[in-house]
Design a protein around this ligand. Sequence first.
Ligand code: ADP
Length: 433
Amino acid sequence: MVGIDDVLNKLTTVIDPDLKKDIVSMGMIKDLELNSGNLKFTLELTTPACPFNEEIEQDVRKAIDQLDGIDNFDMKVTAKVTEGRSVSQDEFLKDVKNVIAVASGKGGVGKSTVALNLSLALAKTGAKVGLLDADIYGPSIPLMLGMKGTEMDVEMDQEKRKLVPPEYEGIKVVSFGFFAQTEHQAAIYRGPIISGIVKQFLVDTLWTDLDYLIVDLPPGTGDIPLTLAQTIPITGILVVTTPQEVASSVASKAIGMFDKLNVPMLGVVENMSYFECSKCNEKHYIFGKGGAEKISEKHNMPLLGTIPLNSGIMAGSDLGKPVMITQPDSPSAEAFTVAAKNIAAQCSIQHYKMKEEAEAEAKWDGLSPEERQKILDEFTLEELSTQVLPEHEEEDEVEMQNKTWAELKHEIQVAIIQHLFGKPKVQTTPTTS
Ligand code: ADP
């Protein structure tokens, strides 16, 4: 007779294509009941926006079909977004599972357009989404939402003394543009004031119960990304660029600076990638080709989406009617949806990376120096000197077994995690549907 163990063993053959782990060890099977051939459980996915949700569900059904002795099978499919940042170390935004900062090397590449439409695409999958327009120097989200020139009536929760973010199509939105009318005025604010404003928008806003908070950063690097990274732990940075050489090389410079902030890079989205002609149905690469691909290769980060150049997107932004809302079935909306799902998948990957790191830390700190040395011995000296620790000094190597996890260099930590859990996940998410 089929038992619970048989069911679980069978389900371990179902692998999440993004996370490269079986669904049982990832805890996706909940409330399993088996009574004389009647099987019932809940499949809890890591995000409603995962690009592989349908595939996983089908694989589960196929796996159960292969078991003898199951007469009735009842599966409930739900999604609970995983935390891709250390919420426990965040004293301010306890209720926000992921914070995604959208950055670009230079202005005009469509960063705000992408941030807004991605927020809407994520919300459409059923996720709870917030959008913080942190581009204090030139807040464009109000224009894109059709709110230019009207100061928002932003409520204050008197008891909690916090701003209640207004909602637009199910997303909670806050922008400096809701409060300050003149763009010229915004441009003269200096660093510390700007940082203060951003901090206030993060901390003094009721960002409650969110799966994803998207933060639209100003172009380039500066006080605002720094304030963000220093105020709360964030899931990662999403880079928006266009195909031109000049845009991608500026984006590359910005990535170099973000790397120094020690924030994970989630990946890159290429905007204005191509123009699809409705007459000849061909794609024309007006701004060239391959800019984001180059960034992806150079910085070892996934290319998460390519958005077409489309007058509907521009008109949508300028008229305050985003394309995700006005043309939800258009190729442009489809491109944003694919990118949004890939980004959600990266957040789930980030969650599991953090979990692995916590496990590796607990394990390392619990080992004796001799046991640690055994692990270290398994990295060849060549690997250590050329790949893992290019500029290591001799004594580092001798001392490593006496160091706690926190004292180890980041490169060594990464190598130990790889040793314990296997190589980092390879990007598998599709950039087109
Ligand atoms: P950034 O935030 O990088 O400065 P914006 O999002 O404000 O850029 O976009 C700059 C301009 O480009 C806006 O007029 C916007 O409507 C337009 N735009 C952005 N993306 C596209 C696209 N894919 N196709 C057509 N126009 C676009």
